[in-house]
Design a protein around this ligand. Structure first.
Ligand SMILES: Nc1ncnc2c1ncn2[C@@H]1O[C@H](COP(=O)(O)OP(=O)(O)O)[C@@H](O)[C@H]1O
Ligand SMILES: [Mg+2]
Length: 279
């Protein structure tokens, strides 16, 4: 029996599987209204200006690489974009509308999900339980019992549609590889219809093959017109995957580069600051 009123996820679970190929998403044109935008975002910690007047936009289907040296302000920016940290000054906009996020719950309600390097998955719970955590399917009737078969079926469909290989959605997350866990976290966000995905170094702890797979998953997610902000130190992957690359240096945006007008060496020069004195 279906229960359409209860937390119905969008079409993601039923979507047709497609072959994910990095760099083949079709982002919205540059003049499309950003799904998420930061304007003049500033954040200080004591005397340290972690961010100083940062602008960032992410549009439907766009993968934006956010790069910079350690301490450049990448994580602080992502935390502000998801409401985990509040800016000292500046404005966030969702679909062109000013918003204030007091917590990640507020941003989630606006379709923004964040995935960190060290995962928020509950290792004691199964894949399906993690995917439905906080949004469990229940059977109709007075006891509202958990509908585990339905959750398992929907979790399987979601993973399959994203070409994520996990032998069983009943497997405990603690038994999965790092890459599989990241994939489950991404699948969870996509299943719940988030339209912006923020990824803070999702592949930092992964082996090469797993890192590649997460890259393919990001490309697949972007094809669904989700906007992605990807923080990563893997420059070849950033260049292959991202439509635009935004470079932070000591809390400021020093470059906002289109993939086709830059290369790995150029990006590295911006990160180190060498490009600033190039001209
Ligand atoms: N909670 C905090 N308290 C004090 N300083 C912080 C805090 N979070 C970040 N910072 C400082 O802000 C700067 C930017 O940090 P962060 O955003 O983590 O950079 P990145 O992710 O690019 O390495 C660094 O100088 C860091 O030490
Ligand atoms: Mg960081």
């Amino acid at each position: 029996m279906s229960d359409p009123a209860q937390n119905e996820p969008p079409e993601a679970a039923q979507a047709t599987p497609t072959q994910a190929t990095p760099g083949q998403a079709a982002p919205a044109p540059a003049d499309a209204t950003p799904l998420l935008e930061a304007r003049g975002v500033t954040r200080s910690y004591g005397n340290v200006a972690a961010l100083a007047g940062v602008d960032l936009q992410v549009r439907p289907g766009e993968v934006v690489g956010l790069v910079g040296d350690n301490g450049a302000g990448k994580s602080t920016l992502l935390k502000i974009l998801c409401g985990a940290v509040q800016p000292s000054a500046g404005q966030l906009l969702v679909n062109g509308e000013p918003v204030t996020f007091r917590s990640p719950k507020d941003s989630r309600e606006r379709g923004i999900e964040v995935v960190y390097q060290d995962l928020a998955l509950a290792t004691e719970l199964s894949v399906a339980e993690n995917i439905f955590l906080g949004r469990e399917r229940r059977r109709p009737g007075p006891f509202r019992l958990l509908d585990r078969p339905r959750m398992a079926k929907e979790a399987e469909a979601a993973l399959e549609s994203l070409a994520i290989e996990i032998h069983s959605v009943r497997a405990r997350c603690g038994l999965l590889s790092g890459g599989q866990r990241q994939a489950v976290a991404v699948a969870r966000a996509v299943l719940w219809g988030s339209n912006v995905l923020l990824l803070d170094e999702p592949t930092a702890a992964l082996a090469v093959m797993e890192s590649e797979k997460i890259g393919q998953l990001v490309a697949e997610v972007a094809k669904r017109q989700v906007g992605v902000v990807l923080v990563s130190h893997n420059m070849p992957q950033v260049h292959a995957l991202c439509d635009r690359i935004v470079v932070l240096l000591r809390g400021r945006v020093v470059a906002d580069l289109r993939r086709d007008e830059t290369d790995v060496q150029d990006i590295v020069m911006w990160i180190t600051g060498a490009a600033l004195s190039r001209n």
